[in-house]
Design a protein around this ligand. Structure first.
Ligand code: ZN
Length: 160
């Protein structure tokens, strides 16, 4: 069976950045399953998956436009520490949920200098070219419930 709309594909992936460093891999976990054509994975990867079959291995380079989008400088803000009242002391690397123009976003503290805290609401992979190394492990038809919901259900039909 080929990967197309209304199919569920499972695959192993290793994601590396432009420098060749591994950012993420499914190799130590179960393969990732997704409903094709539903926008469950980044567009550039979904496009490259179309027409593949079980056992296929391939590499694909995904540009930011077809990945996690460009970085937006306006999502980087510097705020006084006093605006974090009631929250734990902000430290670089700390993540918390903030409010963006389109709803809640994950924000990471990138710098703390004196009373000034710099936060970044960009997706960590925004603006980055993504290199995927893929192995398709299974392709099956999606069931009606999965098509209605727009995502894959687990073996017992439960939500993740
Ligand atoms: Zn569901």
């Amino acid at each position: 069976m080929q990967i197309a709309d209304r199919t569920v594909a499972s695959f192993h992936y290793t994601l590396t950045n432009e420098g060749g460093d591994v950012i993420d891999t499914s190799r130590e976990r179960e393969p990732l399953a997704y409903l094709h054509g539903a926008g469950n994975i980044v567009p550039g990867l979904e496009k490259a998956m179309a027409g593949r079959t079980e056992g296929d291995t391939f590499k694909v380079e995904v540009t930011p436009d077809e990945g996690y989008g460009p970085r937006h400088d306006e999502l980087v803000q510097t705020l006084p520490k006093s605006s974090f009242q009631g929250a734990p002391e902000p430290k670089p690397g700390m993540q918390f949920q903030g409010q963006g123009p389109q709803g809640p976003v994950m924000v990471v503290v990138t710098e703390v200098e004196g009373d000034q805290v710099t936060i970044d609401g960009n997706h960590p992979l925004a603006g980055k070219t993504l290199n995927f190394d893929i192995e398709v492990t299974e392709v099956r038809s999606a069931n009606e419930e999965e098509l209605t919901h727009g995502h894959v259900h687990g073996a017992g039909g439960e939500h993740e």
